[in-house]
Design a protein around this ligand. Structure first.
Ligand code: SF4
Length: 441
């Protein structure tokens, strides 16, 4: 896999890609734009001990009890200004040299991404860690499931560090392992033994989990003949699953599952939803028997913000606009867009445009603003006019990055993410199946 670096932000005509600066300007009255929460202007440590995911797109979601919480960040990092933290991070990285690799997700805030050795989506970043076997520590500036995946794929001697333990993912948290085990038992009551193939050699159900899920879910999938997918390879993975099973149990993101299966010709009536709080997920036994894809009731609160009305407005105000949305958006939004694709697809589509083009993008605001700054020959804007970043990505502030790096300089590993061996072994099996799954020739 090739990780394409972003073009340098050297053009003085570029706009400021910082979402933090945009929010500070809104809250300070220097901008008339809107934000979904003025609390976003505060330091994330303000929310570390409060219930919930914190301000941003996941504010309305229910955080599971027992989700990791961040301990108090030392005051020197909370009180340092942007320039101080920038200098401290650079100094710590210079001291550590090849002993550390810093990974930055596309949705991460600009003040953190600029220190990343690699920038990409979750799977690109997990692979990037493989390119740096000499690094003793992998500092993953993303969310919890991403750090877990990096731990699964890295060498045992390497420590994976998540700078703020409160950086979970509300979508990943919507598929709890106990609920998934319960679902599996209920499906067996309707469909018979689930780990036994019929005369055609196919299983009753193949579990497929999106990369955006906990290691426990990936381990479940690995134990039951299933596979992991990303937003880039979901169709290839579903083809793999349909060759081996009569139907698929897809989690946690209903929208990626529905959009992908619909594009492959699966009828909507054959995609019942599984709501874990209802018997048989809220479907009848007949609907389960007739199903092709059972969709877990999960979603991303960032991508749920995009609407058909926003697309209509973009088309009215910008004739000829090219609308690209992420497949985590609801089906009607994907249907109304010109194209749908992963974060890497969006970035490559903009990079490949040879003529000045207006792009309306349906994905997280940090990536959209960065792309707008890096490709000033195009007009690029976010479909959602409200500045509302992913709540949990936003928890990784430069203060936490400076803290974990300076702790490493002092010989201490803090905030290590480590997947237990009993989970890691089957989870790696599910990931290896994904890597081996090939598109049809
Ligand atoms: S953007 Fe959505 S899927 Fe990605 S980390 Fe945030 S809540 Fe999770």
């Amino acid at each position: 896999m090739t990780l394409l670096p972003f073009p340098e932000l050297t053009d003085p005509g570029n706009t400021d890609p910082s979402v933090d600066h945009a929010i500070q300007a809104i809250v300070g009255g220097a901008s008339t734009d809107a934000t979904c929460s003025t609390d976003l202007a505060e330091g994330p440590w303000t929310f570390d001990s409060r219930p919930g995911y914190g301000p941003g797109s996941s504010m309305g979601d229910v955080i599971p009890t027992g989700s990791p919480r961040q301990g108090e960040l030392p005051v020197e990092y909370r009180e340092a200004d942007e320039a101080d933290l920038d200098a401290r991070i650079r100094a710590a990285k210079a001291t550590l040299g090849d002993r550390v690799v810093v990974l930055g997700h596309f949705y991460q805030r600009e003040e953190v991404v600029q220190h990343a050795d690699y920038v990409g989506d979750s799977f690109q970043l997990a692979n990037a860690a493989l390119d740096r076997p000499e690094a003793e520590a992998i500092v993953f500036c993303g969310v919890h499931f991403m750090a877990e995946t990096a731990d699964l794929l890295s060498r045992p001697e390497q420590s994976v560090i998540l700078p703020n333990l409160a950086a979970g993912c509300s979508m990943a948290d919507m598929a709890d392992i106990d609920q998934v085990e319960d679902c599996w038992e209920q499906l067996a009551d309707v469909l018979g033994p689930l780990d036994v193939a019929d005369d055609s050699g196919r299983m009753p159900v193949i579990p497929v989990t999106y990369m955006n899920s906990s290691a426990a879910i990936k381990g479940f999938v690995g134990r039951h003949g299933g596979i992991v997918c990303t937003s880039s390879n979901a169709e290839t993975v579903l083809e793999w699953a349909f060759e081996r099973g009569h139907r698929v149990l897809f989690f946690p993101d209903q929208h990626l599952g529905r959009n992908t299966a619909k594009a492959m010709g699966v009828a909507l009536e054959q995609m019942p939803m599984w709501n874990p709080r209802r018997p048989l997920g809220g479907s009848s036994a007949e609907q389960i028997v007739d199903s092709r894809v059972i969709l877990w009731h999960g979603f991303c609160s960032v991508h749920r913000r995009f609407t058909v009305g926003q697309i209509e407005q973009a088309r009215a105000e910008h004739p000829g606009v090219r609308v690209i949305v992420h497949p985590e958006c609801p089906m009607e939004v994907v249907d109304a867009a010109d194209e749908a694709g992963s974060t890497d697809y969006i970035r490559r589509a903009i990079d490949a445009a040879t003529e000045p083009t207006t792009f309306a993008i349906g994905t997280e605001i940090n990536l959209v603003r960065r792309l707008a700054a890096q490709y000033p020959q195009h007009e690029i804007f976010c479909l959602d006019p409200v500045v509302c970043p992913c709540s949990t990505m936003y928890r990784i502030h430069p203060g936490y990055l400076a803290w974990v790096l300076e702790e490493l300089v002092a010989g201490r590993v803090v905030n290590q993410i480590s997947v237990a061996a009993g989970v890691a072994t089957p989870a790696r099996v599910a990931l290896e199946r994904m890597l081996a799954a090939k598109p049809r020739a």
